[in-house]
Design a protein around this ligand. Structure first.
Ligand SMILES: Nc1nc2c(ncn2[C@@H]2O[C@H](COP(=O)(O)OP(=O)(O)OP(=O)(O)O)[C@@H](O)[C@H]2O)c(=O)[nH]1
Ligand SMILES: [Mg+2]
Length: 419
């Protein structure tokens, strides 16, 4: 998912919701002078020219008090793990513990930060405060007011703020694409896409579409075919004369400019591996997705743990979305069955859906993360960082399936070979 998330944080009553409404250009969030008006995080999509669609998240003030107030603060703090950029709203040059704590948390997540000094119509921004923030926390500070009298002045101010937000979002780099760094102009990638009963009606699945687009974007050529067409294709393209490829010739010589890599659906990996010469890098869409989406090196290490699982080991399965029944089936049924069969014993599975709180990680032998198609790379990595910090091996569905079905070594080697 490529939608960037922007969180609006700060104390109560600083004008966070007013700011959200101005950025959206509509009265979306509730605004009032009663502190604590916003209770749960409120999300709304908008388009930023040059960035694309973004998700704005208005939050409850972090200085809320009382039992319920603390619950609200808890929810706000969770939003920090979801966002790609933080806007911190302050007023009256107040920069105390509240703000410092927030900035520390932003820093832990390596978030770009824009500080908005709001209500500057009442109290203008103090240069000293702006300078300190700038130097100590390396963030942009914008003097702002949501209540400017001159509409043109207000529009200009919003535009300037948008420019800072855009800069922050673009500087940090985007999501990695599925073929990130693999395609050079003219390269031919063979994509094996079985059209069987499991294929959706009338279309390709997302990783296949993403790969084709990415190859084309980078000037490469995508040859898309079905497993049974592969042998004929290789014979024609490796020798150039319709003859079978000679196993004696090094791959580079016999296939100069012909095939850079074969990428296949995992289900037919074995069948495909049997006809693709060892010299040609071969991998699967799910391994490429794992490489694009998560901490690939950790996933590689984590997958090795599958080989030593024993009776009663606890496995935590993280499903990052709550509504994909096909993912649910893979994570809740297929993978547990595969792992228990591979280990030859019964294992203990715990499931967490969405971006819910993680249980204490200490007693888990392994964590399995889903493909993460509905969350950003940052959201996924923020979550997995906690697992890594707890010293628990982690891998993802695609890598796990590759390991259990015995295709791991070649599929991983294929992905690493041409980096
Ligand atoms: N004078 C002035 N008033 C503002 C400005 N921005 C917001 N306000 C007012 O400040 C009050 C609080 O605004 P909200 O946008 O609800 O503040 P909030 O940070 O979302 O507050 P909570 O949801 O309670 O955390 C409202 O009465 C706004 O009209 C500003 O720039 N100048
Ligand atoms: Mg509010």
């Amino acid at each position: 998912m490529n939608v960037k998330h922007i969180g609006i944080f700060g104390r109560r009553n600083t004008g966070k919701s007013s700011l959200v409404n101005l950025l959206l250009g509509q009265e979306f969030a509730i605004v009032s002078d009663t502190a604590g008006t916003t209770t749960d995080p409120v999300k709304k999509r908008m388009e930023i020219p040059g960035v694309g669609p973004v998700q704005l998240i208005d939050t409850a003030g972090t200085d809320d008090i009382g039992e319920v107030g603390q619950k609200r603060v808890g929810k706000t703090l969770k939003v920090i793990d979801e966002v790609d950029l933080a806007v911190l709203v302050i007023t009256s040059n107040i920069f105390g513990k509240e703000e410092k704590d927030l900035l520390m948390k932003f820093k832990e997540n390596e978030l770009p930060v824009v500080v908005v000094h709001n209500k500057s119509d009442i109290t203008p921004l103090d240069c000293g405060v702006a300078g300190d923030l700038n130097n100590m926390y390396d963030c942009d500070v914008v003097e702002f007011s949501c209540c400017m009298e001159d509409p043109q002045e207000q529009r200009d101010a919003i535009e300037m703020l948008m420019a800072f937000i855009t800069k922050g979002l673009l500087l940090q780099g985007g999501e990695r694409t599925i073929m990130e760094g693999l395609v050079e102009p003219g390269d031919n990638f063979v994509l094996v896409c079985p059209i069987d009963s499991e294929a959706p009606q009338g279309r390709l699945i997302l990783p296949q579409v993403m790969a084709i687009r990415d190859i084309l974007d980078n000037g490469g050529v995508a040859s898309v075919l079905q497993p049974e067409q592969l042998q004929g294709y290789l014979e024609n393209n490796l020798s150039g004369r319709g003859e079978p490829a000679s196993p004696k010739l090094p791959y580079k010589e016999q296939s100069k400019g012909s095939i850079k890599m074969v990428v296949t659906d995992s289900q037919v990996f074995r069948q495909v591996a049997a006809v693709v010469p060892q010299e040609i890098p071969l991998t699967s869409f799910s391994v490429l997705m794992a490489r694009a989406k998560g901490p690939f090196e950790e996933y590689l290490r984590g997958a090795e743990k599958i080989g030593s699982l024993k009776e009663g080991d606890k496995i935590l399965v993280l499903e990052s979305c709550t509504h994909h029944t096909s993912c649910e089936d893979i994570g809740r049924v297929k993978i547990p069955a595969m792992l228990q069969k591979r280990a030859g014993c019964s294992l203990n599975f715990t499931f967490v859906s969405g971006l819910d709180e993680l249980p204490p990680l200490g007693d888990f032998a392994l964590v399995l993360q889903c493909g993460g198609c509905m969350v950003t790379r940052r959201q996924l990595c923020n979550r997995i960082r906690k697992v890594i910090a707890a010293g628990v091996p982690v891998t993802n569905y695609g890598m796990c399936i590759a390991y259990v079905t015995g295709i791991f070594n070649r599929a991983v080697k294929g992905a690493l070979d041409i980096q």
